[in-house]
Design a protein. Structure first.
Length: 305
C-alpha cells in the first residue's frame, strides 16, 4: 500500500537512537541570542553538518524543488549551499525563522529590486516582502523571516542594551541539551501542547487522542543522519496514565504498519522493527536505529510513491 512508507517516515520522525554521545547539543550562540524570550517551541537544522550525509544527498538530488529553484534564480541565494543553520521558533501564535549563512547583502538588495521587490527601512535594516511575510538581513551572516511585526520586534530587541525579551528560554535550552551534540535535526517543546494554539478537535476518537496529547508538558526530538537514521523522541506527560496512552498510541501505529506491510516489501518490516517504544513513569521514549543500507531502501521506496 502506497501510504505505508509515509507512515514509516512519520514514525521515524518521532524516534531516537542509542547509544547517545556524552556531549550535548548547543544552538549557535549568535542564533540563540536572537530567539524571543516567549518562545515555547523550536525546530532547528544544522545544515552544515547534514549537507554531506547520504540521506540528505539522496533527498536533495531526487526531490524536485521548483519553488526553491525559482527563489535561487531571482535572488542569487541558494539555501542548499549558502545557509549553515536554521532555527524556527514560535510562541504558539506566530513563528519566526532565524537563519545563519553567508549573505552578500548588496547583491541581494540589487536582485530583489530588479525583481520589483522594493525594501522598507526599519532602524537601518531593509525588509523585503509585505506585512504577512518578509525577510531582513541583520548582517552578512544572520537573517530573519516572518511577519513584518515579528521582524520589527526582533530589531527592537536587538537595539535594547539590557537584552530583555530575547535569548533562548532556559527551559528550552535545557531540553535541547539532553540531546547528543551530533544531532543535525532537533526540536523541543515546553509549556505543553495546549500553548501551541492548534485547531485541535475535542470530540470523537480523534478528540480523545488530542485530549491525551494536551497532557504533554514537554518534548524533545533529535535526529542524526550521518550513518542511516538515528533518532530519539522523548515526551513528558502530566501523569503516568497519559504517558501510557502516548506509549500505546505509538506502538499501535507501528503495529498497524507491520500488519499492513505488503509481501513484496519485506524491508519495511525491518524498518518497523528498528522502532522501539518504552515508558517510564510519566515519560514515553521512542527510539530508532536504522542502518544506512536500510535507510536507502526505505527512501527509494518512499520517493517512488
Amino acid at each position: 500500500m502506497r501510504y505505508l512508507p509515509t507512515l514509516a517516515l512519520a514514525s521515524l520522525l518521532l524516534c531516537a537512537c542509542q547509544p547517545k554521545q556524552s556531549a550535548s547539543l548547543h544552538v549557535s550562540p549568535a542564533l540563540e541570542a536572537l530567539v524571543p524570550a516567549d518562545t515555547v517551541v523550536v525546530l532547528g537544522i544544522n545544515l552544515t553538518a547534514i549537507r554531506d550525509t547520504p540521506t540528505y544527498q539522496k533527498l536533495i538530488t531526487r526531490v524536485p524543488l521548483p519553488q526553491l529553484d525559482r527563489f535561487t534564480q531571482q535572488t542569487g541565494l541558494d539555501p542548499r549551499k549558502d545557509l549553515s543553520e536554521v532555527l524556527l521558533c514560535s510562541d504558539g501564535k506566530s513563528a519566526l525563522l532565524l537563519v545563519r549563512g553567508q549573505f552578500r547583502i548588496k547583491d541581494l538588495d540589487a536582485r530583489f529590486k530588479s525583481n520589483g521587490v522594493a525594501p522598507s527601512n526599519y532602524k537601518g535594516h531593509f525588509l523585503f516582502g509585505d506585512e504577512r511575510a518578509a525577510i531582513a538581513f541583520l548582517d552578512d551572516s544572520s537573517a530573519a523571516a516572518g511577519t513584518t511585526a515579528e521582524i520589527h520586534a526582533l530589531i527592537d530587541r536587538q537595539s535594547e542594551q539590557s537584552g530583555a525579551g530575547r535569548g533562548l528560554p532556559v527551559a528550552l535550552r535545557d531540553l535541547l541539551r539532553t540531546l547528543p551534540a551530533g544531532d543535525q535535526v532537533y526540536a523541543a517543546l515546553t509549556g505543553g501542547v495546549e500553548n501551541l494554539n492548534l485547531p485541535l478537535p475535542r470530540e470523537g476518537n480523534l478528540g480523545n487522542i488530542m485530549q491525551a496529547l494536551r497532557s504533554v508538558e514537554s518534548a524533545t526530538l533529535g535526529m542524526n543522519l550521518s550513518n542511516g537514521i538515528d533518532a530519539i523522541a522523548v515526551v513528558n506527560c502530566n501523569t503516568e496514565r497519559d504517558a501510557k496512552f502516548v506509549h500505546d498510541l505509538v506502538r499501535a501505529g507501528v503495529g498497524f504498519g507491520r500488519l499492513n506491510t505488503p509481501d513484496n516489501q519485506p524491508d519495511l518490516l525491518k524498518l518497523y522493527d528498528a522502532i522501539q517504544v518504552t515508558q517510564q513513569q510519566a515519560q514515553t521514549k521512542v527510539t530508532a536505529d536504522v542502518p544506512q543500507q536500510l535507510a536507502d531502501k526505505f527512501l527509494d521506496l518512499w520517493l517512488k510513491k
